[in-house]
Structures are given as C-alpha cells and as structure tokens.
Ligand binder design. Structure first.
Ligand code: SF4
Length: 384
C-alpha cells in the first residue's frame, strides 16, 4: 500500500435524524428523536468496535453526514469525535466536516462547532427562494439561509453549500440569482444536484397526482450549463460532476471516495469500503441499536469482482477531473478491458463528448452532464 492510500482513509458517521422529511428525499433518517441518546452510544460503540479494520491506516477525514448531523448537541458530536481520536491513528489536523441545516445554525451554534475541532461545514441551503423551500418542505426559510451564511463565514474558512437545480417552475433567471446569492458570501465550495424524483417520496406522489409538474431534463441541463459557466467564471474548479471547489478546497472526504480509498461508515445505512469489499449497515435505527448493543456489527458485505471494480472506476473517472487512466486500465484490468473500453468510447470521442489526453479518457464540457449515461455504456457485464 502506498503512503497516499494510507493518508486518505476516512471515517463517515451517519446521523439518522431530521426535523422533518424533505419531499424529495429517500435517504435513511427518522423524524423522531426518541432514540437519540441510545443512537449516539451505539455510534460511539461501533467506532470502537471497528478500530481493528484501520489498524494500519491513518485517518485524514471525519465526516458527519445524514440525515441532519446538526440536530445533535455539541456534546454528542464531541463525544463521537473523541471516540475516533481514542481508537484510530488520526493525522494532526484532519478535515472534520459536519453537514448542517440553516435552521440549526444560530450564531452561538456556529461558534460552538468551530471551537470543537470541526473545521468544515456543508450547509444544505438548496435554494434562496421561499417558494422552492416550501415546495421541497425544507425546515428553513430564506432569511435563515442568508443569516447562517453570513455568520458561518466569520468563523469557518472552509464552507460548502448545497444548491438544487431543475426545480419545477425555476426559470434560468431565478437559477442565476441563486448562484449569485451563493457566490456573494465568498464560500469556497459548492455542491449542486438536479432535483430527482425518487420512488416512494412525497414528491413522487405529488407528481403522480398532478399537484406538482415533473422536473424536465432539458431545464436541468440548461441549469447545469449555467452553473458550470458561472462557477468557473468565479474561479471554481469543476472537479466532480456535482462539486466545485476553489483551489485547496476540494472536499478531501469525497475525493477519497472518488479516488477509491478506504473508508469506514459508522451508523445505520452507512457504507464502507476496504479496497476489496463493500459493506453496508442495516437501514433501520432500532435494529442498528439492538445489534450494536449485543456486541455485533449490523453489516452485510460483498467482495467486488474485477468487473465491479472496473465499472466503478469508469463511473467515478468520468465524473471527476482525474478521468480514466488508460494505463491503469491496462495494468490493473488487462488488455481485454482496455480493448472493450476503447471500442465503446470511440463513438463518444467522435461526437466530442469524450476525449483522450496523455492517455487519460475524460468528458468534454459538452459530455459532462451526460457522464453517467456514457459511463453505463462503457460498463462491462461479468468478464470474471
Ligand atoms: S434534511 Fe437532508 S436527509 Fe433530512 S430529509 Fe431533508 S434532504 Fe433528507
């Protein structure tokens, strides 16, 4: 294992609680906080139980995702961070991110977070327009979104904010206003996703009943193009399909996923990867707590085949600025894989959606928005 792989290991901690359910969301969370204390104890216990998995690793990032980690008291977050430091080799100044919603970020709360080793906030703004926030059933309003950014930038230098595009009824002008408002706070990182309609969500049912019109792909594509143009003009690097960072502000945590590094996922529904096997914890709070209390890990694992690893590399390669190294395909997967990739990529190269430079295959600007679809055409089915 090389030193880079060692240094890039990360710990993800899933906090499965939210104040209310956003209409589009299909993540794992509960809106009841009844089991909050038991959950925090179980998370701390899982952190300690899994230390052997990382006995040869150095932890560079700790990431609280969810759900809504900012619903936890600072004491709970501190306890979990301390548990990581107690049980793992952690570098001197790890990136510690907390996902937070604006309604939890009072001035005092922001100061508390900044005084407790947390050095990066990822704030779920989504939109600065009241009607969008209401339609999506977000727990915050426009004023909270703006106020929290104003305060957060005084205490944190490393802030990311999330914006959603392709919302039904959002004109290009409104979308530009959202981007410009976000930029006016001087934050160094933006994550932005198209609104997608997941099965079994409230949004899906509203669309089925004709209460809300469905999002349109053409609108989403236009918004994406505007986003790329505006953020690049403002000095951001488009380093992953949905992520833009100023230099030195790429998310270290997320980059480690995309670069195929190891990570341990703690908490219900959290995923893990050890370089060969992928694991996922049970997506049920009660079962998670019970299993951990019994001293067992509520995890299922699968060993990735060579074809699985190839497909993952193709998918992440096309989504990121690092691209797909054709040399790596040859050395790690062999000539058959390389031939197949070259053959499948040819038509996209001809259509100026992909290009090869210094033996790295990447999407062109025009191909970026289509990268997931193109990747699936480069995937292989079972060669093992
Ligand atoms: S706050 Fe985040 S995790 Fe919770 S319901 Fe909304 S989008 Fe989903």
């Amino acid at each position: 294992m090389n030193i880079f792989a060692r240094l890039m290991s990360g710990i993800y901690i899933h906090i499965p609680f939210c104040k209310q359910a956003c209409h589009y969301c299909d993540f794992h969370f509960s809106t009841s906080m009844k089991k909050k204390d038991e959950m925090v104890s179980a998370l701390a216990k899982e952190i300690a139980m899994r230390k052997e998995e990382f006995k040869n690793e150095v932890v560079e990032t700790i990431y609280f995702g969810g759900g809504t980690p900012s619903v936890l008291a600072i004491e709970d977050l501190r306890l979990l961070i301390d548990e990581v430091f107690k049980n793992y080799n952690v570098i001197e100044n790890p990136e510690i991110t907390v996902e937070a919603n604006p309604d939890d970020l009072s001035n005092n709360r922001i100061i508390e977070l900044s005084n407790n080793r947390i050095n990066r906030l990822s704030i779920g703004i989504q939109s600065f327009f009241e009607e969008d926030l209401k339609m999506m059933n977000r727990a915050h309003n426009t004023n909270e979104a703006k106020n929290c950014l104003e305060q957060a930038t005084k205490h944190f230098d490393n802030i990311s904010l999330d914006l959603i595009y392709g919302i039904p009824g959002m004109s290009n002008e409104k979308w530009i206003q959202n981007i410009e408002t976000a930029l006016s706070f001087g934050i160094p990182h933006v994550s932005s996703y198209a609104l997608t309609v997941e099965p079994k969500t409230a949004l899906h049912s509203f669309i089925q009943k004709g209460i809300i019109p469905p999002p349109e792909d053409e609108v989403a594509q236009e918004h994406f193009e505007i986003l790329v143009e505006k953020l690049e003009e403002a000095g951001f690097i488009h380093y992953e399909l949905s992520n833009f960072g100023k230099e030195n502000y790429f998310s270290k945590n997320n980059s480690s996923y995309w670069l195929g590094k190891k990570y341990i996922g703690i908490g219900p529904s959290a995923h893990s990867y050890d370089g060969e096997k992928r694991g996922w914890n049970v997506s049920n709070n009660t079962m998670y707590i019970k299993t951990i209390q019994e001293g067992k890990l509520p995890i299922e694992t699968e060993t990735l085949s060579k074809t699985d690893r190839y497909n993952e590399y193709v998918m992440t390669g096309l989504r990121t600025i690092w691209g797909i190294s054709l040399d790596r395909i040859q050395t790690e997967f062999g000539q058959t894989y390389l031939d197949y990739l070259n053959q499948q990529a040819a038509k996209y190269i001809e259509d100026h959606l992909l290009f090869v430079d210094e033996n790295i295959l990447r999407t062109t600007r025009k191909g970026k928005f289509l990268s997931d679809g193109i990747a699936s055409d480069l995937f292989l089915l079972n060669l093992d």
